[in-house]
Design a binder for this molecule. Structure first.
Ligand code: SAM
Length: 368
């Protein structure tokens, strides 16, 4: 991949290798770290793979022109950029058009701090403009014209204020094993950054988990990204998550896909542990009969911190653990404890963050 800003922009840290070389380098690191010889490797597209991106806005000295900017390798260094080769084609095409439209409008340009993009494989683009000034009805009026002209969904945010110009979500359609799954993606709430790898990650889990009459428990379900495609392989599913927005969108996604065997409940992993151990009752669980579940599998996709001690102990009551991790260090720590009673049946790496040192990992464990 060619990028004019490789070595200047601090976003890509493995910029001096081609796609396959950087992947091979990272795979060797993971093999050494986990002491394994073989694993499944899920590749990214070599360019235009990020469907979510955030750029700072750089204002020149007299505040008359703006450009996109990224942090350089030094934290305080700002690198103005005109394009980005890792963002999706939809975002890459929209970047100059949006900048042009904003540049010509004093109200939209003044004190604009950063821009967030979210795109889908259906080429829809949701843009959030973040300001260091109060925005109001006048801003909304100007922003409406830009949203209509560029055919995008647009949101404005400043401290304590959120103005939705059109709508605050876009639609994604993921093709997995020849079947399409539909999702609403919101501006807030977690979404996987690399849609192409995401669809393959879900496919990998579906392939290795198999079909069961028993039930699935999920602890960090987001908007139902894994839950909905996996639900057809289990009797019932109980899926929980801490974010209110994500649970709301998971319920909408369930309806979009006509899935009826999932109960989505807003509970932290710690609260769910307390509820299943009957240490605490929750009003949010009033419509869920916890005793009716026969969980054989637990699915976890935690934030970078991995599982805390309590959750790590809690998941060890289930026959199978499916663990997706965005941080090999915390995965390794958790596996040290899980491997006492579980054997690793499958291990995969997913190159979500090409040209950085990060690799996402997936592990399927079975109780011995
Ligand atoms: C890496 S994301 C995975 C989401 C989902 N599996 C997906 O693929 O989109 C981790 C999720 O855990 C949620 N989360 C963070 N801390 C949590 C906690 N203590 N208990 C439950 N969920 C939590 C976040 O809101 C986020 O949606």
């Amino acid at each position: 991949m060619h990028c004019n800003y490789f070595g200047l922009c601090g976003s890509c840290t493995l910029y001096d290798m081609d796609y396959e070389t950087q992947l091979a380098y990272k795979v060797e690191q993971i093999k050494a770290q986990f002491g394994i010889d073989s694993l499944d490797i899920i590749r990214s597209r070599p360019e235009h793979f990020r469907t979510r991106a955030e750029f700072r806005i750089f204002h020149d000295y007299d505040n008359s022109t703006i450009s996109y900017a990224m942090h350089g390798f030094e934290r305080k260094q700002i690198v103005p950029i005109e394009s980005c080769s890792i963002v999706s084609e939809a975002i890459a095409k929209m970047m100059p058009k949006l900048l042009d439209a904003i540049s010509q409008n004093d109200m939209l340009r003044h004190r604009l701090y950063s821009v967030e993009f979210l795109s889908s494989s259906t080429e829809e683009v949701l843009v959030t403009l973040i300001y260091h000034k109060k925005i109001d009805e006048t801003w909304l009026h100007e922003a409406q014209k830009v949203a209509e002209g560029l055919q995008i969904d647009l949101i404005g945010r400043s401290r304590g204020i959120k103005l939705v110009v059109t709508k605050e979500h876009i639609h994604e359609s993921l093709q997995i094993d020849g079947k399409a799954y539909r999702f609403r993606l919101y501006d807030t709430g977690f979404t996987q950054p690399n849609t192409y790898v995401n669809a393959q990650m879900i496919g990998w889990v579906k392939q290795h988990v198999g079909h069961h009459g028993s039930d699935l428990l999920e602890l960090y379900c987001g908007h139902g990204n894994f839950t909905i495609p996996l639900s057809e392989q289990f009797g019932k599913v109980l899926a929980t998550e801490i974010s209110k927005r994500s649970i709301q969108s998971a319920k909408e996604n369930c309806a979009l896909n006509s899935v009826e065997n999932i109960a989505f409940v807003r509970l932290s992993a710690e609260e769910l542990t307390q509820a299943l151990r009957k240490e605490r009752t929750f009003n949010r669980l009033r419509d869920v009969d916890l005793d009716a579940y026969n969980f054989s599998h637990v699915f976890v996709d935690p934030p970078r911190a991995g599982l805390n001690e309590e959750t790590r102990e809690f998941v060890q009551q289930f026959g199978h653990i499916i663990y997706i991790s965005c941080n090999p260090e915390t995965l390794l720590r958790d596996l040290e404890s899980l491997k006492k009673d579980y054997s690793v049946e499958h291990f995969a790496v997913f190159d979500q963050f090409a040209y950085t040192k990060h690799l996402e990992c997936g592990v399927i464990l079975k109780k011995r």
